[in-house]
Design a protein around this ligand. Structure first.
Ligand code: SF4
Length: 402
């Protein structure tokens, strides 16, 4: 049965970007910086100003049902800064009673007291960047924490009262064997967290890994090995009651049978609105995709210009693109088909666009069905989903809807 599928246009999410890390990991190409500690205070003040500005012009029927602190390393911040940001959100926006507030934490930057404070602030979901339980792999990745730090982070999270904890893990590392990956999975399973996000390593331009690859210090990624890692994960997690609900994400079910998914990310996959605050943050709201200036220094500078703008623009906006109906329909399929159980519902699509999905995309859909990559299933409604065979071939499907 699909997981809590309710589409409300004004059910909106907030993303907060914290672009600071203690040290850049060797594989990381995110918009994050180390050595800029002296900017943190000004950055948080600018962020709160952006929240105030957008909040002051945000339509009052917007109901925020998820907030996500991502980065970067949000847990690197003193708790007072997280509190300051949440206070500004609470003053400016209407929050849902059952709001999900997630925070990404690096196991090398936290302690029990920090987690207790997070809970007191209303944060109710932790996403821990574990990546590996193997000390050699953690060093290769350039992580600042050990295996024991991950174990302590989960223990402290539980002690602080978190009942929703995610671990991120990376597979397909240079020099990794299938048994190393299996050990990582078994270590994660032992911690009995509610949610696991598993990503195949990609070597991105500009990273230390890409330099090492060019210099012949590491081997290139093997697609076959990554596929083996993915298959193994699927088998092991299914045996341990994790539901594979999105291409890279697995969640346990609660007592009511609901998958303990990441509701914030579901907002993206359902192609529903979100407002992004901070350097490099993106938003999708009022049929506009907008993006903020990347560097925290430029962001702070732009926010000095405290003019009120039309919603959802802020002084930090550097890009804005209006999304046509056909683009939005394509994106809804491209993103929604990542949801392996939910897929894209025929009725949901009709309700949202006043269009029959088969009349708009019938030929493409049929061609992918003929290739064995898509299927229609009957659940609460007719749902278009990836077939099992397509889990590893998702990109062939998604590129049809770009
Ligand atoms: S902690 Fe995360 S955001 Fe920071 S450098 Fe490492 S991978 Fe990138």
């Amino acid at each position: 049965m699909p997981n809590d599928i309710l589409i409300l246009v004004n059910n909106t999410s907030i993303y907060i970007h914290i672009p600071f890390c203690e040290k850049r990991c060797h594989y990381c190409d995110f918009n994050t910086y180390s050595g800029l500690d002296y900017l943190v205070k000004d950055y948080i003040n600018a962020l709160c100003q952006e929240i105030d500005l957008i909040g002051s012009v945000c339509p009052k029927d917007f109901l925020i049902h998820t907030i996500y602190f991502g980065g970067g390393t949000p847990s690197i911040l003193p708790v007072e800064f997280i509190e300051q940001i949440l206070n500004h959100i609470r003053i400016n926006f209407r929050l849902a009673d059952q709001i999900e507030i997630s925070l990404e934490a690096n196991p090398g930057t936290i302690d029990l007291q920090k987690f207790i404070s997070y809970r007191q602030l209303g944060i109710n979901r932790l996403s821990l960047g574990a990546q590996s339980f193997d000390e050699r792999e953690l060093a290769l990745l350039g992580r600042i924490h050990s295996k024991d730090d991950i174990i302590h982070a989960v223990e402290w999270g539980r002690k602080a009262g978190f009942s929703q904890i995610n671990l991120d893990l990376i597979f397909g590392l240079p020099g990794q064997h299938l048994n190393n990956w299996e050990k990582n999975l078994l270590s994660a399973l032992k911690l009995d967290v509610e949610h696991l996000s598993l990503y195949g390593l990609t070597i991105e331009p500009g990273t230390i890994f890409s330099e090492w690859l060019k210099a012949g210090k590491i081997n290139d990624i093997s697609d076959d090995f990554q596929a083996d890692c993915y298959e193994l994960a699927g088998e092991l997690l299914a045996q341990n009651q994790y539901e594979h609900y999105e291409i890279s994400n697995w969640g346990k079910r609660n007592e009511q049978g609901k998958i303990l998914s990441c509701r914030h990310n579901e907002q993206y996959w359902r192609n529903l609105p979100y407002i992004g605050f901070g350097a490099g943050a993106h938003g999708f709201v009022n049929k506009l995709r907008i993006a903020n200036v990347l560097h925290p220094r430029a962001y702070i500078q732009q926010l000095k210009n405290l003019r009120s703008l039309e919603f959802p623009y802020s002084p930090a906006t550097i890009e804005s693109r209006s999304i046509s109906k056909i683009e939005e329909m394509n994106e809804t399929l491209m993103l929604g088909l990542r949801l392996l159980i939910e897929g894209v519902g025929w009725s949901d699509f009709y309700q949202r666009f006043d269009e029959d999905i088969n009349l708009v995309f019938g030929e493409k859909i049929q061609a992918l069905i003929d290739k064995g990559l898509l299927e229609w299933v009957e659940t609460d409604q007719k749902r278009l989903r990836l077939t099992r065979k397509a889990y590893l071939l998702g990109n062939i499907v998604f590129r049809e809807f770009v």
